[in-house]
Design a protein around this ligand. Structure first.
Ligand code: PMP
Length: 396
């Protein structure tokens, strides 16, 4: 059996979620728009699911939740929809340099539409500088979008201070909470987000479903036009099985998060402790201000891809750099923003733990990794000759 330490890329659906979804594929398959019993059953379920998601983020009203097809679409609706809606007020949007690829590409799209986008830099731990953010604000700024956490290095952003700053300047603040929603509670009344992206799969629900929270009074233009579902903000027949699964996943996560996150934090801390014992290894991101499930390393003289493939041979599934762009072989934009050189940003190992990770998985990677790193260093043309000699001697 393969061992899975790549929860950031995809998560298995919790079997309790799957059981809750099942009737909505077969018996209760109706469309909420229909005026008959099947339609009413679907409408009731939709309302109930919306209430569960409302509770998950402590939103004031179920009407604040718009179901979408996932985090990418929620980000599009928030940022493109928000920018288009406000273009009479201004044409300037601020994001961070280390946003998820969906947001980076949305920003490029807005630039093609004529908007101006500023990208706030981060420090070497991947945390944004609030003073720099404040200095970027102009009287044309309409929207700030900064994720709660990096999906790659786990660094947590000071969202409470960003929300306060945005509020003072009467600028909307959107945050993609996907990378932290499984481990850090969300309370949109405590941290006054104007818009918040959440996704189902990242809390062990099905893929292809997500939501955008819109604070009362925050208006965006729809980006998907059609039959007017979701208050006209997201047309298309509702994905009822997906929505039911998302709601069940949220209900379970709300109940179990505290215990689960502390278990994951122990795994994460053990990974960090043990893996940093390997000579010339480094932790990417902040040692403490990071999500409890994320450990990201780099090892001098070693490329991420060769490490990934060696771990694959050991039947251990991990990621290198950004989960969504690791096939491009580009160095990670996040690590480059943290100030790393191209060759350093190529060599990372991203380990993310989750609900089904067990102690034996941690034992296994901690056991096999030092040997793999040593072998790869012996083969690497980048390894300096004195270290190479030492490694070869140890190997004999
Ligand atoms: N935002 C973040 C932070 C992500 O990690 C991801 C990918 N899991 C997305 C957005 C995009 O999610 P999806 O592919 O489900 O739309």
């Amino acid at each position: 059996m393969s061992m899975y330490l790549d929860y950031q890329a995809a998560r298995p659906v919790d079997h309790r979620v799957f059981e809750a979804m099942k009737p909505y594929f077969f018996k209760d398959f109706g469309n909420p728009s229909s005026l008959h019993q099947y339609g009413f059953t679907a409408t009731n379920m939709l309302d109930e699911a919306r209430r569960d998601i409302t509770k998950f983020i402590n939103a004031p009203n179920p009407e604040d939740i718009i179901f979408t097809s996932g985090a990418t679409e929620s980000n599009n609706l928030a940022i493109i929809g928000g920018a288009l809606r406000n273009q009479k007020k201004g044409n300037h949007v601020i994001i961070s340099e280390i946003e998820h690829i969906s947001i980076l590409n949305i920003a490029k799209y807005l630039e093609r539409l004529g908007f101006k986008v500023s990208r706030v830099p981060v420090d070497r731990f991947g945390i944004i500088n609030l003073n720099k953010l404040e200095r970027m604000i102009t009287d044309k700024t309409i929207l700030i979008s900064i994720s709660t956490a990096s999906n790659e290095i786990g660094s947590l952003q000071p969202v409470e201070s960003i929300a306060k700053l945005a509020n003072e300047h009467e600028i909307w603040f959107h945050s993609d909470a996907v990378a932290s929603e499984a481990t850090i509670p969300i309370d949109v009344q405590k941290v006054p987000f104007d818009m918040l992206t959440i996704s189902s799969n990242d809390i062990y629900g099905p893929r292809g479903i997500g939501a955008l929270y819109l604070k009362k009074g925050v208006r965006v233009n729809p980006i998907i036009i059609g039959g007017g579902q979701e208050k006209g903000l997201r047309s298309g027949s509702e994905n009822i099985p997906g929505i039911v699964g998302f709601a069940k996943a949220a209900e379970i996560m709300k109940r179990e998060m505290e215990k689960e996150a502390s278990r994951l934090k122990e795994f994460r801390d053990r990974l960090i402790r043990e893996i940093l014992k390997i000579p010339k290894s480094h932790l990417n991101g902040h040692p403490e201000i990071r999500t409890p499930d994320n450990a990201n390393f780099r090892f001098d003289y070693i490329e991420g891809e060769s490490l990934l493939l060696s771990l694959k041979d050991e039947k251990i599934a991990v990621a290198s750099g950004s989960a969504c762009s690791s096939k491009t072989l580009e160095p990670s934009h996040t690590l480059i923003s943290c100030g790393l050189l191209h060759e350093e940003a190529h060599g990372s190992l991203l380990l993310t733990v989750g609900r089904f990770t067990e102690e034996k998985d941690i034992n296994k990677i901690v056991e096999v990794l030092p040997g793999i790193i040593k072998r790869l260093r012996i083969l690497s043309p980048l390894t300096p000759s004195d270290l190479l000699k030492q490694l070869q001697e140890e190997d004999n």
